[in-house]
Design a protein around this ligand. Sequence first.
Ligand code: SF4
Ligand code: SF4
Length: 443
Amino acid sequence: MSKRFFDPLSGVHVPHRKNTALMEAVRMPAPSSVVIPTVMHIGAPAKPIVKAGDKVAVGQLIAESGGFISAPVHASVSGTVKKVEDIVLSNGRSAPAVFIESDGEMRPFEGLEKPKVDTLEELTEAVRASGIVGLGGAGFPTSVKLAIKDIEQAEYFLINGAECEPYITSDTRTMLDYTDLVERGVRRISDFLKPKAVIIGVENNKPRSIAALKKRFEDDPHIEVKSLPPMYPQGGEKVLIYNTVGRVVPEGKLPLDVGVVIMNVTTLANIEQYIETGMPLVEKLITVDGSAVKEPKNIFVPIGTRLRDVFEFCGGFKEEPKKVLYGGPMMGTAVPNLDAPVLKNTNAVLAFAEKDADHKQETPCIRCGRCVNHCPMRLNPPAIAKAYNNKDGEALYKQRVNLCMECGACSFVCPAHQPIVQRHKLAKVVLRNWQNSQKGDKA
Ligand code: SF4
Ligand code: SF4
């Protein structure tokens, strides 16, 4: 691929603000109720199989997978289903959600069993049944990554522990507090994939995590803990692949097309936990931080817990939050209101006071080129803006807007505060419509 479209040496230096890095995760008590959406992943929604009045227990299946690219959903508290009703998610998508009133007992479902995992196919099936999706934020069903037809393809097994977004420390805590699980997960999955090398990529601003992992794998020359310079977006899948194994994932291709199976470190720990206990994905380790939060923490939260309950567990607010985000300040999405639930791919919730809410006034582009120079994919946001404003699908195709990973590095450096990421999201829709119309013309 031409250098023009990929320059992982760019990116930006962001203030890390990892205020909670030394805070061991604590478990939040059962909330009085949860709202569990059937879409917390990329792909088809899961199909609800419970109705109002049903009694459920922790880990019980409440919505079946809706297809190959989908994931089942499980009850995160024990109690009674109050209703199954559509809700609007923060991405504007509407989907059914299961509302459960908790009995406060967190009673595990009696039918839970450890999966039999003697082959890669059984591992893939187990991961599918566990409901685990990319927990670093992507939400792509993890079983799909493991459904490998030709095992020779998997040359590298890459574990993403970069955690380059400011504020977020949930992966850091997984690496420090659950090193055992990470170690057993790495060894188990590596045994099935048989890659020629296993690499765990961690930014070098997490020396404790690097030291803990290096100690675990010092006996195995095939497993390398790679210390990476802190540079945003080091944890972007394509960037991490380039910076660890030197391969470029071309547009429209997957990591496996260049010989890489890549997985977030917390995703991997959750897979191992499911295999060892039979408990599917029902809770998330998240970072709660931001200038409006009284007591920032790392906490385990039942999936579906409303954010107002999460913040209350963290002492409430020092002052009224003006901006609340799912995820970090670079890639996070605005939370519509505090009744929004914690999702499977939520790794942090941040609440900012007025002074940090960052409502900067947008001004016209001054063509300074900073966004181009800092884009790891070497995209040209002003040219994309022109094509988008003209609704010119062909020009958007030529500008490779689909390569944009929405990392926000361009917006971070833009002196005009242009809404580049939001524009690129919309431009991808224009491009998709244009591509569909082209197919129609040929039919
Ligand atoms: S950084 Fe902002 S002002 Fe500069 S060229 Fe890019 S969009 Fe325009
Ligand atoms: S959001 Fe897209 S255009 Fe902006 S720096 Fe990241 S990849 Fe480049």
